[in-house]
Design a protein. Structure first.
Lengths: 325, 306
């Protein structure tokens, strides 16, 4: 019950935020909130593999960045009228979010399928190192595309349009991000309570037993990994719109690490926890950066103390709920 | 011309390989014995480089810098083991990743505060600043040869330490049957601290020696750490022999790919972008190598429990 109240309070706060900020004359902060929502979506997606599947992916930055690049590249080609590719079929640029965002999710899903198919043959520390290494490979592959800015990143000339309606301004993008986050949370909650989620969690708790029960453990994990990668890519597409810029930094191992921190800070295996963790971490970064240029010197030790002595995550404190991942 | 390039790049590859070995050997031992994944290992390499460069600049002696860099790596590693890592032995790998990730953030920012964000430069000692003719008509920097020599010496030292000494025997026993070793009355805490210090010392040594070849800068640790992970995955987790084989394979692959791709791409692409494309595509080669090895042998070339 307490968890339900916390979810409702959070949802109400996020729905009221645009009006509140408007009334307080701080509407520019809405863009910051949109960024938090995008990261929250990515962190919740990572929670599927991490909290429920028990797979410690240190490579989700690759999906975040790739999703951002797909949306950015399509907008880039749309602006100068050129084609992404002429062969085997001509694919032009587009500003339509209904095309570009699913494209970002599909590309990231395919990437996750390739990375997952190899990485999931291994366990534990191997898996951590391999996902990290593959993300690094994607990073270098993207840098090797000079037409998309290389190390300088890609300027995004305009925002996507949604079914022809403009997403310009802070409020429309905020609402779209909020709706997408809510939809994903609702979908993932029910998926994790259904057979798929139960089997995934069962395989995490006792792989041998799951195999003996005849569960296709490898395929279950791969499906979760692909879903997670695709949704993280979608979050990347939102980020590209929010920042009007795609930085290769999104693909870096630091982003992957940050996503992991968000999930753990909020509480793994809860889906809502990572949302809270994303908001808390980004908020802490903003606040600390306002105090000192060397804010990481504060954030680092704080994180260390949190990991060493404070287990279970923020969500448990707020909602009193244990992770059921 | 091609023969010259090949010899030169092969030596460069060996040099990168021994450097990677010095990082990967420590990482793989720490993992093999303590079951800990330590992301902050790259920070020890960075610390060695910065301390070594500073001591060299202050005293004018590169040899002192090398000693100081290795000592800094070992001391910081020991300190980390006693304060942080010790609490992580009983935790799962996720907690270890997060805690040592937090350490990376702290170390990188700490170095920025102490030394500033700009790279600092460390030049090779005058004695080794010339070139040596490795083959008739093929000059090669003496310093890089010295690095290869030092790396091979480190490999031999580790081989002796692990294969011939009592401590090494315990280390070997610890990688396969930790509980038994503990039950036999061995002070496992001391053994862990020792392994950590040796690993940190090697990383610090690699850091100083890399100074004259690469730039000494914040973030250098993570670049090499991720490559060292590839080495360990390719070589087999927990195996020092695997780390050596993996390191040489990765070093040679990376160097050859970076050297050959620009030559190949120059014909196909405009020269302005060819170099950037080649440099980044060259970096991809080692990850492809890793993917191929994993597809064929998921446990690496030298699996621990064969």
């Amino acid at each position: 019950m307490r968890e339900r109240a916390a979810v409702l309070a959070g949802a109400a706060a996020l729905c009221a935020a645009p009006f509140l900020l408007e009334a307080l004359d701080e509407a520019f902060l809405l863009s910051v909130l949109t960024r938090m929502l995008a990261y929250a979506l990515a962190a919740a997606a990572l929670d599927l593999v991490l909290g429920y599947g028990g797979m410690v992916s240190f490579g989700h930055g690759a999906f975040l960045g790739t999703g951002a690049y797909v949306a950015g590249v399509l907008l880039h080609h749309r602006a100068d009228g050129s084609a992404v590719t002429d062969w085997p079929v001509r694919i032009g640029g587009t500003a339509e979010a209904l095309l570009a965002w699913p494209a970002a999710a599909i590309v990231c899903g395919l990437l996750a399928a390739a990375i997952g198919a190899i990485s999931l043959r291994t366990r534990g520390v191997h898996f951590i190192m391999i996902t990290l290494a593959f993300a690094q490979m994607v990073f270098f592959l993207v840098l090797a595309l000079p037409q998309y800015g290389g190390t300088d990143g890609l300027m995004v000339p305009s925002r996507n349009v949604l079914a022809g309606a403009s997403l310009a301004g802070d409020a429309p993008l905020y609402w779209v991000a909020l709706v997408l986050l809510a939809l994903f949370l609702a979908f993932a909650r029910s998926a994790m309570a259904a057979r798929f989620g139960l089997a995934l969690r069962g395989a995490r708790m006792n792989e041998r037993r799951a195999l003996a029960l005849g569960l296709p453990v490898y395929r279950l994990r791969l499906a979760a990994f692909i879903l997670s990668g695709a949704v993280t890519g979608l979050a990347g597409a939102i980020l590209a719109n929010q920042a009007s810029f795609v930085s290769p930094d999104l693909l870096s191992w630091q982003r992957s690490g940050e996503l992991l921190v968000m999930v753990i800070l909020g509480g793994q295996g809860t889906l809502y926890g990572p949302v809270l963790g994303a908001v808390a971490l980004l908020l802490a970064e903003e606040e600390l950066a306002a105090i000192t240029e060397h804010w990481m010197l504060i954030l680092g030790p704080v994180l260390l103390v949190v990991v060493l002595f404070f287990r279970g995550g923020l969500w448990r404190v707020v909602a009193g709920a244990r992770g059921d991942g | 011309m091609t023969a010259l390039l090949l010899v030169e790049q092969t030596l460069n590859g060996l040099q990168l390989g021994v450097m990677l070995f010095m990082i990967a050997a420590g990482l793989t031992l720490i993992f093999g014995i303590m079951d800990v994944i330590n992301l902050a290992h790259g920070s020890l390499y960075m610390a060695g480089a910065f301390v070594g460069a500073t001591v060299t600049a202050r005293t004018g002696s590169f040899a002192l810098g090398v000693v100081a860099g290795a000592a800094a790596g070992a001391l910081i590693a020991l300190l980390l083991e006693l304060t942080v890592i010790r609490r992580l032995y009983a935790r799962d790998h996720l907690d270890q990743v997060l805690a040592t990730y937090a350490l990376i953030l702290t170390f990188n920012e700490g170095v920025k505060v102490l030394w500033g964000p700009a790279p600092i430069f460390l030049s090779a000692p005058p004695l080794l600043s010339g070139t040596v003719e490795v083959l008739p008509g093929v000059p090669y920097p003496a310093y890089r040869l010295a690095v290869i020599g030092a790396g091979l010496a480190a490999a031999l030292f580790l081989g002796w330490l692990i294969g011939r000494t009592r401590a090494g025997m315990l280390i070997r026993a610890g990688t396969t049957h930790r509980e038994t070793v503990e039950a036999l009355g061995v002070d496992i805490g001391l053994l862990f601290a020792l392994v950590f210090a040796v690993g940190g010392g090697l990383a610090g040594l690699a850091g100083v020696m890399a100074g004259p070849v690469l730039a000494v800068q914040v973030g250098m640790g993570e670049q090499i750490l991720i490559l060292a992970f590839v080495v360990i995955v390719v070589g087999g987790l927990g195996s020092v022999r695997g780390a050596l084989a993996g390191a040489l394979l990765v070093g040679l692959t990376d160097t050859w790919a970076r050297a050959l791709l620009p030559v190949l791409l120059r014909g196909a692409l405009p020269p302005s972008s060819a170099d950037q494309v080649a440099a980044n595509l060259g970096s991809v080669a080692v990850y492809l190598l890793m993917a191929v090895v994993l597809a064929v042998r998921p446990q690496g070339l030298f699996p621990r429990h064969a």
